[in-house]
Every structure is written in C-alpha cells, then in structure tokens.
Design a protein around this ligand. Sequence first.
Ligand SMILES: Nc1ncnc2c1ncn2[C@@H]1O[C@H](COP(=O)(O)OP(=O)(O)OP(=O)(O)O)[C@@H](O)[C@H]1O
Length: 264
Amino acid sequence: MLKVTDVKKTFFKGTVNEKKAIRGISLTMNDGDFCTVIGSNGAGKSTLLNLIAGALIPDEGLIEIDGKDVTRMPEYKRAKYIGRVFQDPMKGTAAGMQLQENLMLADRRGLCHRLRWAFTPSREQYYQNLVARLGLGLENRMTARIGLFSGGQRQAVTLLMATMRRPEVLLLDEPTAALDPKTAETVLNLVNQIVTEQKLTTLMITHNMRDALRLGNRLIMMNDGKIIADYNAEQKKELTIDMLLRKFEEVTDDVSDRMMLGGK
Ligand SMILES: Nc1ncnc2c1ncn2[C@@H]1O[C@H](COP(=O)(O)OP(=O)(O)OP(=O)(O)O)[C@@H](O)[C@H]1O
C-alpha cells in the first residue's frame, strides 16, 4: 500500500521565483491499484512522482510504503521498493551494455554491490523467457547492445527492468509520450499486461485522456499542486472525455491548458 499524507513541496522558497508545486496532497493507493494521473502542464504530476520515488524530499507531510515511513529515505535506498519508467526511452537502460547485461543490473537491484554475479545458463534462460514475453522478438538479441534498439524496444525493456523484482510501487511518467502512435500502443498494452498480471500498485501520468480512461481502475486529476478529482473504478467506467474537460473547466479557463489536457 502507498499512503501519501498532506504532502507539500515548494521550490525556491522565500525568493521571487517561489513555486508551490504541491500544496497538500493526500492519496491512499491499495495494493494492485492502477491509477492514471492527468492534469495541465505544471500541475505537479511529475513532482508528485519524484516525491514518492525520493528524487525530491517534501517540505511537509508523510509518505509510507507498506506501512514503512519512507518520507526522508534517500532515493537509492528507496529504489528497492520503486520501479520507474520515464518519458525518455534513453533514460532507463544503459546504451553501451548488452540487453542481458541490462537485465542483470535490474535483477541485482537492492542487492549488495560487492556480491559477484555471473551469468549462468539458467539465469540466461530466465532472462530470455522474460524478454520473449514482450512479444517483440528481442529474445534473439540478448547479447546486442541496447543502444542499437529503437525507442519503443528500449521502453519495453525499461518496463521489464522496472518490474522484474516486483516493485511495491510502479511509477510511469508519460512512458509513451516520445513514441510514435503504433509503438506507443504496443508499449501501453505491455504496461497493462504486466501491471494487471502482477497486480502492481501503479501511478501512470498521461496527457492522453483516452489512455487515462481506458487503463487502470482509478483516475486522478491534478491542478495547481492539488488533486481536484479522484474517480474510483465504478465512477471511472461512467467517465467520458467531455466530463473530464468539463471538470477541468471548473478550475481553469486557460484554453491552452485545456488543449493540452485534451491531447489526442
Ligand atoms: N526542480 C524544480 N525546480 C524548480 N521548479 C520546479 C522543479 N520541478 C518542477 N518545478 C515547477 O513545479 C511546477 C510543477 O511541475 P511538474 O513538472 O511537477 O508539473 P507536471 O504536472 O508534471 O507538468 P508537465 O505535464 O508539463 O510535465 C511547475 O511550475 C514547475 O516549473
């Protein structure tokens, strides 16, 4: 379970550039909840994910994962609980390393660095089977350098790496924004398959309202550092893009924001 209680974050506090990015957010996610997150540019979506991941420390509030207070736990220690996929497909994998070497790194996450780890035939087979399940034919390229792979292929591998040690929380920050529509669809289907099969507690930011509506069992809308709507599975089934736009119009009349939120 992920519990965020009255978390606040201000950048450049006390200066002319002061920005209240998160203005008191509380959010409880039950195990296996798959929540899509929408909101205009600058609403605080990425900051919220950064706070949960430990890349940022909140000014106030509490963040708990499975009952453990991780509010001030450094990011590298928190990494054993968290799987992350970023917008940039180049970010999650090491370009100069082989596909199987990347997987081994992810497999070692949270383990002692001094521990030697060798490829054994059974481990290689395990990695190959995992990759085969992506359905992209990459199981025949286990020793190829990841730098040679396409953005979509790298994003699929990043997703696999982020989930191979079953994280307590999976954070997806617009994972398909940099991909062409067909590749984005493939990667989103993989997200859906992996999250549903492993019942992962997941937060996924998207600017695509159709994706926000069709994926997951919960949807939150953010604006100006706050959660302004939180729809559960039942409510989400009834939601439409028009309803989301109307809700958004209640808090902003900025047309460019609406366009952004409307997305594709
Ligand atoms: N490291 C930082 N230093 C200073 N200001 C920041 C920092 N990170 C975010 N901000 C500011 O905090 C606010 C929220 O930013 P955030 O990136 O969380 O929004 P977002 O909802 O993810 O937006 P987008 O959809 O454009 O990615 C913005 O005004 C942003 O400029």
